[in-house]
Design a protein around this ligand. Structure first.
Ligand SMILES: *[C@@H]1O[C@H](CO)[C@@H](O)[C@H](O)[C@H]1NC(C)=O
Ligand SMILES: *[C@@H]1O[C@H](CO)[C@@H](O)[C@H](O)[C@H]1NC(C)=O
Ligand SMILES: *[C@@H]1O[C@H](CO)[C@@H](O)[C@H](O)[C@H]1NC(C)=O
Ligand SMILES: *[C@@H]1O[C@H](CO)[C@@H](O)[C@H](O)[C@H]1NC(C)=O
Length: 372
């Protein structure tokens, strides 16, 4: 089936604004394939009305070789649309995941350990003017939809669905991408609903519904001393239902760079474990030692965050080396999911500087006013 897809792509992409049609009521079993745009005309439409199913046969995959399942590389003006589905048949891979993935001894999500031999379902690499709309992506072996090194990306009216316990199955994973809009999209998965990594800026996330999952996250940034820069991220009019965290920024110790100008507004939470998180001590194992540098976190606005949590409303663990600056909390109304008191903890801050505009419920008295 790969040959049929590869052939259709090569013919379509020779003509500007042509369409590759995956027809409705058909199921196509497909192994890993890269659609390359280097010598293509722009504005190809990839119309998915039927179902594309991942081939789980061992001969379809080169062992020990990391490859996405469906990849679009160096394509300009791509639209992936339709009412069909991309189904990664992830349970085939999840059950073989190494034990490292199941080591959830800390409250933090495990890092990407054990992911190297599992493919991302749909990856767009070095794309410009890319739109993904209408389709459903489900049960990815690893991340569902990744944009790496892209410019001008729009995702809207997409559904992403996999079980809450599927390992490292980020909904939408962004790396090195500038000018990204994700709107009106429903995501349930086993890791971050949206994950924003190094090199991303001008990212807008609106009307995204997340759950199950680990929440909407920036990072983890700065692993292994890496430099990481993320800026100008807006997360607005989102709901999170029964997720591990609500809105989160996570960085490793020892990194450099910065996370700047981030705004979370009108965030509605329902039974989220920890609602607001900044964690500059992110660590996937128990042997992370304290370092003297960090990715700087500065200018983070929380405006209108309301709903219920099961464990903690606010957790701001900032770096000794680079305390958080310009944390602004306004109109925060968080309540425990019930009054049992079981496992409930109050707001926590460490080296967190900023201000509050009432109402902030519960009050985050541990926030330090002014600059560090
Ligand atoms: C992306 O779209 C914009 C506006 O339609 C256009 O000006 C620009 O040239 C496009 N970029 C690429 C790389 O196709
Ligand atoms: C939250 O999720 C639960 C179960 O996953 C579901 O029953 C409930 O309707 C959802 N609540 C909202 C507000 O979407
Ligand atoms: C690292 O720093 C934090 C904050 O100062 C402190 O609570 C923790 O004990 C330190 N850990 C180690 C291993 O020194
Ligand atoms: C609500 O309270 C009961 C005890 O009254 C407790 O067993 C239960 O776990 C609580 N629910 C949640 C979601 O924390």
């Amino acid at each position: 089936m790969q040959q049929a897809f590869a052939y259709a792509w090569s013919v379509a992409c020779a003509v500007e604004a042509s369409t590759v049609l995956v027809p409705a009521s058909n199921v196509f079993l497909v192994g890993p394939i890269t659609f390359t745009g280097d010598s293509c005309e722009p504005n190809v439409v990839f119309q998915v009305d039927g179902t594309i199913l991942a081939n789980t046969g061992s001969t379809a995959w080169r062992s020990g070789y990391v490859t996405p399942w469906l990849e679009f590389k160096s394509v300009r003006g791509l639209t992936i649309q339709g009412c069909g589905a991309i189904d990664g048949q992830g349970s085939h891979w999840w059950s073989r995941t190494s034990v490292v993935d199941h080591d959830q001894s800390t409250e933090l999500d495990p890092d990407r350990a054990g992911t190297s031999d599992r493919p991302t379902a749909l990856r767009v690499y070095q794309g410009a003017n890319v739109t993904v709309t209408g389709i459903t992506i489900r049960n990815s072996p690893k991340f569902h939809l990744t944009f790496d090194t892209c410019r001008a990306v729009e995702v809207h009216d997409v559904t992403i669905a996999s079980p809450g316990d599927s390992p490292n199955t980020d909904g939408i994973h962004l790396a090195g991408s500038v000018g990204v809009s994700i709107q009106h999209t429903t995501i349930g998965c086993g890791d971050d609903c949206v994950s924003i990594q190094d090199g991303c800026s001008d990212v807008v996330i609106r009307e995204v519904h997340c759950g199950p999952g680990h929440g909407i996250s920036i990072g983890g940034l700065g692993k292994g001393g890496a430099m990481a820069v993320v800026s100008d991220v807006t997360v607005q009019d989102v709901t999170l239902n029964q997720t591990m965290t609500g809105v989160r920024i996570k960085t490793w110790q020892g990194g450099s760079g910065s996370v700047k100008n981030v705004r979370f507004s009108n965030v509605r939470l329902s039974a989220v474990k920890t609602a607001i998180v900044i964690d500059q001590y992110y660590c996937d194992h128990t042997t992370c030692t304290n370092q003297t540098s960090a990715v700087v976190v500065a200018g983070v606005v929380y405006q209108g965050v309301a709903g219920t949590y099961t464990e903690r409303p606010v957790y701001l663990a900032c770096s000794d080396a680079a305390p958080c600056m310009g944390i602004h909390l306004a109109d925060i109304q968080l309540a425990p999911v019930n009054d049992s008191g079981y496992h409930l903890q109050g707001p926590f801050c460490w080296k967190a500087h900023g201000d509050e505009v009432r109402p902030v419920e519960p009050p985050v008295d541990c926030l330090t006013a002014g600059a560090p």
